[in-house]
Every structure is written in C-alpha cells, then in structure tokens.
Design a protein around this ligand. Structure first.
Ligand code: HEM
Length: 129
C-alpha cells in the first residue's frame, strides 16, 4: 500500500538506491565530459557519498550528515565547472539510471523532479557563445 506519508526511502529501500547509484556511475564512468571532473581515480567513494546523501534526503538514515556534515551542495560543486551541457548529461544519465534500476512511480516522479531542479541549481559556469 502506498500513501502520501511514505517517503521515497520507504518505497524503494536501500536496495533501490544501490541499484540507482550503480547504474548512474556506470554511465558517468563512460562519459567524456563528466568522467574527467571526478578528482579521485576510483569512482567508488564518490558513488558512496551520493548514495548516502540521497538516502538521507529521501527519508532514510542520516549517515551522510554524520560523515560529511551539512551538505552545502552548491558550495561543494564550486571547484567543478558545471555548465548547461554538463547539467544536461548528469540529468540524462540519472533519468536513464532510474529506468535501469526499475524505480516506479510515485518514487520515480518525485526523484526526477528533484534531480532536474537541483542539477539546474548546480550550474556555475556559462557556456561560451
Ligand atoms: C549538474 C551536474 C553535476 C555535476 C557535473 C556533478 C559533479 C560532481 C563532482 C565532480 C563531485 C565530486 C565527487 C566526489 O564526491 O568526490 C560531486 C560531488 C557530489 N555531488 Fe554532484 N554533480 C552534479 C549534480 C549533482 C546533483 C543534482 C546532486 C544531488 C542531487 C549532486 C550531489 C553530490 C553529492 C552529495 C556529492 C558529494 C559531496 C561531498 O560530500 O563531498 N550532484 N558532484
């Protein structure tokens, strides 16, 4: 049964976030624009940070805050040049990952809306004419 008080975490569980993040980072690893932005050679630590953040944001355990403190996402993205094209690639990979991970509505709709808005908020670089 689903009701409006259920969080995304209630709906998809830890396993849903794991499938999503696996699918997303497989795509990031193959993306010529996004892959070089990641400072560490190994994507696994970045994948874990994003998974913990999303679990927390969508109603799950607060491990992200325990380990990393307040997210301050826009500030943490300042070192990376994020333009419209990078934002669009990020969102496209995440939407495909939602499909691959088999995330169904209503969780999917809530997540898509959040990803599209937040990714736009991360843009910190204007593309050249
Ligand atoms: C718009 C395009 C985006 C790009 C190109 C991008 C890129 C990056 C990069 C390169 C990192 C550093 C990897 C690391 O953790 O070591 C990072 C970290 C992170 N990103 Fe993004 N990101 C984008 C959007 C988003 C969005 C929309 C979210 C949330 C929904 C997000 C959440 C995070 C989180 C939680 C971290 C780890 C922060 C920390 O604890 O240090 N990012 N991102």
């Amino acid at each position: 049964m689903t009701d409006s008080s259920q969080t995304v975490y209630d709906l998809i569980g830890a396993a849903g976030f794991e499938r999503l993040i696996d699918a997303f980072y497989r795509r990031v690893a193959a993306d010529p624009v996004l892959r070089p932005m990641y400072p560490e050679g190994d994507l696994a630590p970045a994948a874990r940070r994003l998974r913990l953040f999303l679990e927390q944001f969508f109603g799950g355990p607060r491990t992200y805050n325990d380990e990393r403190g307040h997210p301050r996402l826009r500030m943490r993205h300042n070192p990376f040049r994020i333009d419209q094209a990078a934002r669009d690639s990020w969102v496209q990979h995440m939407l495909t990952a939602l499909d691959e991970a088999g995330i169904a509505d209503p969780a999917r709709g809530m997540m898509q809306d959040y990803f599209e808005r937040t990714a736009t908020h991360m843009i910190n670089t204007i593309m050249p004419e």
